[in-house]
Design a protein. Sequence first.
Length: 235
Amino acid sequence: MSGAGGHGALMDAVYRRQRFIYDATRKYFLLGRDELLDALAPEPGDRVLEIGCGTGRNLILAARKWPEARFFGVDISTEMLRTARGKVEAAGLSDRIRLAQGDATAFDPEALFGEARFERVFLSYSLSMIPDWRGALERALDVTAPEGRLMVVDFGMQDGLPGWVRAGLARFLALYHVEPQPALPDELREKAAERGREARVVSRHADWSRELEAGPITPRGPTAARDAGAASEAG
């Protein structure tokens, strides 16, 4: 299978049954998701978009945490969206969370939601599942409002862990067509700079996970710049 249609069919096949146990099983190794949601901090009325929203788990938690923001989710898998819509409805949040099917590399948010840009755009462990992850990253940057922030959490390369752990994780992730991307930090920095944005990359948990962000360039004094540099890791 090739192209967006082929990838959508593949994701439907992977998650046709997995979607029922996805949230219960992924909480043990998709580290950093809740920290990303805490860091969203949208202003009242802000538009928040998750690309690769899966079961809707993140959007539901974020909508509860930030009740004055508006939430949107796009996913290529009709199976995952079936679960997401059911969960959103059960949570009583259908009026605040809108969902649509779309390819992360080429979706048109204006056609899907009537919104061209979003103050917060985030991807949680989805880039590593997208064959054209560079295209998805560019699209995410393009739909982020000028003063908005793009936020990503995904697998690192586990450089701080024993080799047998890295090998075992790689075999496990391959079962679900997940491929961590070592070039992701540099790609984000490059694409953000092209758009006049500033990128930040932090490695966590022995590089099990990476937090990445692109937002407006913030003027810093010497002390703030030094502190920011110390907190960031190239990965």
